[in-house]
Design a protein. Sequence first.
Length: 254
Amino acid sequence: MNIEDIKKKYRLKFDHHTHTIHSKVGPYYHGKGNIIDNARAAAKRGLDSLAITDHGPFDFYGIDMQKLPQMRRDISLALASFPKLKIYLGVEADIVDTPNGLDISPEDFDKFDFVNAGYHYVPKCHMIHNFLAFHLPHWPGILQERLRRQNTARIVKALKSNDIQTLTHPGDKAFIDEHAVAKACEETDTLVEINARHKHPNVDDLKIYKQYDVKFVISSDAHRPKFVGRYAESLALAMEAGIDPERIVNIQKR
């Protein structure tokens, strides 16, 4: 099924992984739009709901936790402009070496409507080693396997120590054991993300995840408002891997 046929047959109900200018480092914005810009794009594309999920505080582009009240106020303004759209304040927490495995403490969970989590190149997770191993083809295999075990253990710990809604782009920035991660998602009822922005999970990864009793979610991971609600290519990828669209929680037949 080609992309245009997919768009005609299926719609995206919600996009719960988008970024805004609240993902920034110093004066540099990682996300390029305001909350209302993302809301406008979501309403235009006919989504039922949207989530603002800027990066966790350990990330180089992490949110300032002191600005969460302002983000709530911005969401209220956006809701007034687009009353048919539900808007949630979430976060894309970083999986790191902390007691609960995230850069969001258990005490801070109540500040968000839900928490997504994923691996990124941030401190407290062998950042340099993972970056080099993932991007240099001749990095020693024995070191890759060591990192694979360490990264997998971090992810499994984070999933089992927290109530995480979605595991974002698993395997995109670090080597992992997909079988072990899929099993942990199955045991914790965590959604496996099919990410419209990153290269992983790819078809081969998804063929592993589909063997387990997990559900999937498509996310745009939009860093610009124009990409909010992007889904067709990700759905095509899932179908190529043999995943029934009914296993994707935010896909609906038109």
